[in-house]
Design a protein around this ligand. Structure first.
Ligand SMILES: *Cc1c(COP(=O)(O)O)cnc(C)c1O
Length: 467
């Protein structure tokens, strides 16, 4: 249906936060001052901020009310038991360990289970997960399914390649692989979901080899909704039942509650192994906080508990996943190619295809990212040669990105359909004169995670000709 729109927002707005589109001439100055790096632009100078969906969601009136119930007792706070109850209900796990965000869960978990040189397979590691595994001496390896790299619109492109996983286990030996991870939804491969069949099969492989199987479950509710929508046999189950079944196949999970916890900060580890839970808790108390607050205040814990009570609401998820799908359709209509199908939390524009006249070493994704701000005050993020290029600091080897993408992540419950229509209109305007967009050159860069601090300049028309 051509005029299909996602189910209208299943909420009304009780509190608002003003945003302004500052004048175009000022935006141009700001871009120059920021050296064309959108991380250096103040948030107040952004009109629509699609940098990330992490910690940027809007809380409900129930969550705001819950803050007042926050019990700030150092040990055994009431708030913790509410938090523990809902997480046990969803995950079915016996031990719930609070942390203030996902990467701390990764830090204490990997510190406890990894020996130097151990491998950690995953469908695709999220960057903090990869960094924490490496920091603790582990070797992260990714086994995305073969369909992940195809352009076709296939469901469950987030799956792990079970054949390669099993081959790898047989080659390296289970004794060097303490844990297999699965990221749901698969953030680094575009928020693509994982099927229940793939979860089950991976669980069987891990079980057979005596390896622990864990979720990195920041977006478990969005993943459960995709299973209900697209995997045969799940249409009559509730999303909550589906989520419970997903968790039944794993030994535990690490969660950043800044996504499907619908909170601005928070996280947890859920697991069944008592001995492992005890060791993790001992380290937690040293670096994060006591076992009933783990780096969060009582009110933060309440916000996460209330968020987890809301996130499996099917009207919310139909709206949430529908909104992302709708946004993708609008962007395609505006003339920009996107990665398909739409994932759960973001749309990725293929800037390499959109701007074929700008070569990867002139950063087509950054050219589009800058233009979105210049034209519309919109903040997106380049995920291509700027983020992943440069040189390996250890080997000096030149690094390249496989695709030149621009990610438009959608914060939860923050923007309405007309905000998204506005972004699509800006993209349509850019599409019409996209041949005039110019690439960028690097003025200054750091060796690690260079995209956060890089300084750039736009190529002049003469420089474009010479190149
Ligand atoms: C955000 C995220 C993390 C890290 O969580 P933080 O709360 O940002 O520390 C880990 N894994 C995935 C899949 C994520 O999306």
């Amino acid at each position: 249906m051509d005029d299909w729109r996602y189910p209208a927002e299943p909420f009304r707005i009780k509190s608002v936060e003003s945003i302004t589109l500052i004048p175009r001439a000022r935006r141009e100055e700001i871009l120059k001052e920021a050296r064309y790096n959108i991380f250096k632009i103040k948030a107040e100078h952004i009109y629509i901020d699609l940098l990330t969906d992490s910690g940027t969601g809007a809380m409900s009136s129930e969550q705001w009310a819950a803050l007042m119930r926050g019990d700030e007792s150092y040990a055994g706070a009431r708030s913790f038991y509410r938090f523990e109850k809902i997480i046990k209900e969803i995950t079915g796990k016996k031990f719930i360990i609070p942390v203030h965000q996902g990467r701390v869960a990764e830090n204490v978990f990997f510190s406890t289970v990894l020996k130097k040189g151990d491998y950690v397979p995953n469908n695709t590691h999220f960057d903090t997960t990869r960094a924490n595994a490496q920091h603790k001496g582990g070797i992260p390896v990714d086994f995305p399914c073969p369909e992940a790299s195809l352009d076709d619109e296939i469901p469950f492109k987030g799956n792990i390649d079970t054949q390669r996983l099993e081959g790898f286990i047989e080659e390296k030996g289970a004794e060097h692989i303490p844990v297999v991870f699965m990221t749901v939804t698969n953030n680094s491969s575009g928020g693509q979901p994982v099927s229940m069949a793939n979860i089950k099969e991976t669980s069987e492989i891990c079980g057979k080899h005596g390896i622990m199987f864990f979720f990195d479950c920041a977006r478990f509710a969005e993943n459960a909704y995709f299973i209900k929508k697209s995997e045969p046999g799940f249409q009559d189950k509730t999303v909550k039942e589906i989520a419970q079944e997903m968790f039944s196949y794993v030994d535990g999970a690490l969660m950043s509650a800044k996504k499907d916890g619908l909170a601005n900060m928070g996280g947890f580890i859920a697991l069944n192994d008592e001995e492992l839970a005890r060791r993790i808790t001992e380290l937690l108390i040293v670096i994060e906080g006591f076992s009933t607050y783990g780096g969060m205040s009582g009110r933060d814990i309440e916000a996460v508990a209330a968020g987890l009570n809301e996130v499996l609401n099917e009207d919310y998820l139909a709206y949430r996943v529908g909104q992302v799908e709708y946004f993708g359709k609008m962007i395609e209509k505006a003339g920009a190619p996107i990665i398909k199908p739409a994932g759960g939390h973001a749309i990725f524009i293929d800037a390499g295809k959109f701007l074929p006249h700008i070569k990867p070493d002139q950063f087509p994704g950054q050219a589009l990212t800058v233009e979105l701000y210049r034209e519309g005050g919109i903040r997106a993020v380049e995920i291509g040669s700027l983020m992943f290029g440069g040189y390996d600091p250890n080997t000096g080897e030149k690094l390249t990105a496989t695709k030149e993408l621009v990610r438009l992540a959608i914060p939860r419950r923050v923007y309405t359909a007309s905000h998204l229509d506005y972004v699509a209109d800006i993209i349509a305007g850019i599409s019409k004169r996209k041949d005039q967009l110019r690439g960028y050159k690097i003025l200054r860069q750091a060796t690690l995670l260079r995209h956060f601090t890089i300084e750039l300049d736009e190529l002049s028309p003469e420089e474009v000709k010479v190149r």
